[in-house]
Design a protein around this ligand. Structure first.
Ligand code: ADP
Length: 580
């Protein structure tokens, strides 16, 4: 990545820290105090040792020891302050970034989500932001702390004994390099193990979730083979890692000790010649280990920064994706609707190559119930999506009560519409909350009235906790028909002018079927309704039937007229009723 980009990403990231600059400043102040005191400690130790072994002065020994304890206490306090402040800044900033990104995702338009994988997006929200958290707070302070320590330690080493300092500076990087290289080799193997293990897990998850299919097709051996292959690769990688571990760990340990002995030997020579006191030697080893610790940490910080910049790049790419469908600067608020919908020469394509709707012109009167029928893939759902302005026509325009829907605010448009989707998704919440999703300020009584109107009240009351029963992924299992009735209650509660009803494809239990028919008969009058019908039995409640095929409206009329016409509708109808 070009350097310029990298700095720009970091600068942009730092902006997230701006609200916390005072806290962060205080934290870095505490870091500086700890760092300076940490540098003092070995020198104070030297005084303790020298007072006892070189000067033989009891009073000086007491003073030096007390001073050292005092410094240790202050350092502990500054360390505590630093730890708390840093975590505070880091957690708050992370929450800010997360919320910021989530808000942005909510603004993005459906075409974006058609092309994005939700797993990827979730990973942006979790992993990448965690990496950024690490990079922006821990790494920045580590950088300050350890640079200071390193420079301070080196200066003091030279001041204590420059010959020994030169030797340490020669030996240390060598040992450090070997340690890092061996670490990298081991990490690569660990990653390989993780990768193969994840593969095995994926095979297992997929198989366990689809056991019905696996057993029905008698594919147990096939599943086993795939699982065994991944497991074996895991073992191979683990054994490679074990061999490296066996070879590298003792070697690196030995090299480290040899380096230590060489330095100790040279220090001994210096002491014999009188150039070092025993206290100096103590202090010397302290500083040398401080220094090597700092070098190691700084190398780690560099890696963390690289990762942070990578994560930041992905985060900003997402944040910089503009919503395709958004309010224009002078968008009007749509007044309460009568509910007329007009399509004027509307064409649409999800992608440039394949047109999905071709030159559709259509007027739906306020309060009219229109059924869309036609073979699967004809464009029925797409047409409904355009009314909700989930997608934008590629040509032509859509008017609602005479307003071009591109000129009004999305909120005021969608507020007056309700969608009952084909396969109802319930959120992981209670039944009550799922219905209230239709209108958040509805009272409990209104929620229950809506449920009654959707003929859902009875079965809800029979659930273990009635309206407070959790549903959704981790809640009780409801039948397709029950879910659809909850979705209908949600729509009823919203009291929309325009209703878009995507009929369930799978057939419902007959109790739900009747309940929904009755609920609709009472709810629809006075509301403009687009009913996407998959089973032609439902179209009876419609005032008009539009037959779609290949993105066009090919026939329209009522049931009897269309049957008499003996066209596509008649064919679809006969096919559905052939088995009855
Ligand atoms: P229907 O509701 O009549 O079954 P749709 O409106 O769902 O038809 O689909 C019309 C065509 O558009 C189909 O060919 C379908 O494959 C395509 N299509 C639907 N949704 C998308 C999408 N999100 N991205 C790309 N193509 C789509």
């Amino acid at each position: 990545m070009p350097m310029l980009n990298r700095t720009r990403h970091l600068q942009r990231l730092l902006r997230f820290l701006a609200p916390y600059r005072l806290l962060l400043g205080a934290a870095i102040g505490a870091v500086l105090v700890s760092a300076l005191l940490a540098l003092l400690i070995p020198l104070l130790f030297r005084d303790v040792v020298n007072a006892a072994f070189v000067d033989g002065n009891a009073a000086a020994l007491n003073r030096a020891a007390l001073l050292l304890i005092g410094v240790l206490v202050v350092r502990a306090v500054s360390s505590a302050v630093e730890t708390y402040l840093l975590h505070r800044v880091s957690e708050q900033m992370t929450a800010d970034v997360r919320v910021h990104l989530f808000e942005h995702l909510l603004r993005l338009s459906l075409p974006f989500f058609d092309n994005a994988q939700s797993g990827e997006l979730v990973s942006r929200l979790t992993n990448d932001i965690a990496t950024i958290q690490q990079g922006l707070t821990t790494s920045i302070t580590a950088l300050v702390l350890h640079t200071l320590r390193l420079v301070g330690a080196v200066l003091i080493l030279f001041w204590l004994n420059w010959r020994l300092a030169v030797l340490v500076l020669l030996v240390m990087p060598l040992v450090g390099l070997i340690t890092r290289l061996s670490g990298r080799v081991l990490r690569r193997e660990s990653e390989a193990i993780q990768h193969h293990l994840a593969e095995a897990t994926a095979v297992a998850t997929e198989t366990l979730a689809n056991m019905r299919l696996v057993q029905a097709f008698g594919r147990e051996a096939y599943a086993r083979e795939r699982f065994v292959a991944s497991v074996q690769k895991t073992v191979q990688a683990a054994l490679r890692r074990a061999r490296m571990l066996a070879l590298l760990t003792p070697t690196v340990g030995m090299l480290f000790m040899v380096a230590f002995v060489v330095v100790a030997w040279f220090a001994g020579r210096q002491a014999l010649s009188g150039a070092l006191t025993v206290g100096d030697v103590f202090a010397f080893f302290f500083y040398a280990s401080l220094m090597s610790g700092s070098v190691n940490t700084l190398a780690g910080v560099y890696g963390a920064f690289q990762q942070t910049v990578g994560a930041a790049q992905r985060l900003f790419a997402l944040l910089d994706t503009p919503p395709m469908i958004a309010d224009t600067p002078n968008a009007q608020t749509l007044p309460p609707l009568r509910g007329e919908i007009c399509f004027e020469h509307v064409s649409f394509a999800y992608n440039a190559q394949t047109p999905v709707l071709c030159d559709i012109s259509l007027r739906i009167a306020p309060g009219e119930v229109v059924a869309l029928v036609g073979p699967s893939g004809a464009g029925k759902t797409t047409l409904a999506n355009l009314v909700l302005r989930l997608y934008e026509p590629t040509a032509g325009r859509i008017l609602i009560d005479g307003y071009d829907i591109r000129t009004v605010t999305l909120a005021s448009l969608r507020q007056q519409m309700a969608l009952v989707p084909q396969d109802t998704i319930l959120f992981a919440a209670t039944v009550r909350e799922n219905i209230r999703y239709g209108r958040l300020d509805a009272t409990d009584a209104e929620v229950e009235a809506a449920a009654k109107a959707a003929y859902a009240h009875e079965f809800i009351m029979a659930l273990p906790n009635g309206y407070e029963t959790p549903v959704g992924e981790r809640g009780v299992k409801l039948s397709g028909g029950q879910r659809q009735r909850i979705a209908l209650a949600r729509a009823i509660l919203r009291d929309p002018r325009i209703l878009i009803l995507d009929e369930a494809t799978s057939s419902l239990d007959s109790e739900s079927e009747t309940a929904i028919q009755q609920a609709l008969a009472r709810f629809l009058p006075g509301r403009t309704t687009i009913l996407i019908a998959h089973r032609l039995s439902t179209v009876r409640i419609a005032h008009r039937i539009l037959v779609m095929d290949g993105g066009r409206i090919v026939e329209e009329g009522d049931h009897a007229t269309l049957l008499a016409k003996n066209g596509l509708y008649a064919r679809l109808y006969r096919r559905q009723h052939a088995n009855e």
